[in-house]
Design a binder for this molecule. Structure first.
Ligand code: PGA
Length: 250
């Protein structure tokens, strides 16, 4: 099965609305002829409106970096899928390792958040990945297996068919240490096998699995040469228009 590549940027806690405007003014023309992959950018909440306006009529879709379940309510400081949809988002990142690490997000959150995203027409980009000590302790597959069984397996087949998975080894995020293409591909194969056991071969063959962790214009080509790698979730290198364009045009 052929899976359309996806390149998604994650600005994390960077950029103001004015900087968002400047980014897209430079980035949009660079994307004018790009058709080989889907392009997504996930700015911080206060920039979503500007980002949606800047990218209107282009092939660039906008996503949130997090959401809370439910439509609205007395939940100070949170943002719902309904609000992301209303502002024009099409995607949302769920359970990024920084959310797992600093805010204690767990598999129960993944299920609730993925279901809430789908309810409001957003495509969840669900992050999984092992920490350094887990890889060094030979526990990578155990950790990935638990994340998939706990966070994804509770979804229905219809729900699963609409999600994107991002494999992000925590030790490779923001560290400049990229997983080798072979190592990333092996993890992707494991993930695909694990979801096949629950959702079947066709669903596993169809799901896009992005790699994330220090993806840059100069290492993306080798990663994308791996059949198992369907795109990238890009932090640092998505902040600069030329650099993210270099990743998209691998
Ligand atoms: P990085 O971040 O590209 O800066 O390593 C990736 C991510 O956290 O999604």
């Amino acid at each position: 099965m052929s899976r359309k590549p996806m390149m998604a940027g994650n600005w994390k806690m960077y950029k103001t609305p004015a900087e968002t405007h400047a980014f897209f003014e430079a980035f949009k023309p660079l994307m004018a002829n790009v058709e080989h992959c889907d392009i997504v950018m996930c700015p911080p909440f206060p920039n979503l409106h500007a980002a949606v306006q800047e990218t209107e009529g282009s092939r660039i879709a906008i996503g949130g970096q997090n959401l809370y379940w439910g439509k609205e309510g007395a939940v100070t400081g949170e943002v719902s899928g309904h609000m992301l949809q209303a502002v024009g988002c099409k995607f949302v990142i769920i359970a990024h390792s920084e959310r797992r690490q600093y805010f204690g997000e767990n598999e129960a959150d993944v299920v609730r958040k993925a279901q809430a995203a789908l309810e409001f027409g957003l495509t969840p980009i669900v992050c999984v990945g092992e920490r350094l000590e887990e890889r060094e302790g030979n526990r990578t597959e155990q950790v990935l297996g638990e994340q998939i069984d706990g966070g994804l397996a509770p979804l229905t087949g219809d729900q699963f068919a609409k999600i994107v998975i991002a494999y992000e080894p925590v030790w490779a995020i923001g560290t400049g240490k990229t997983a080798t293409p072979e190592l990333a591909a092996a993890a992707h194969r494991f993930i695909r096998g694990r979801v096949a056991a629950k959702f079947g071969e066709a669903a596993a063959a169809g799901v896009r699995i992005l790699y994330g962790g220090s993806v840059k214009p100069d290492n993306v080509k080798k990663l994308m040469a791996e059949e198992e790698i369907d795109g990238a979730l890009v932090g640092g290198a998505s902040l600069d228009p030329a650099s993210f364009a270099g990743v998209v045009q691998y």
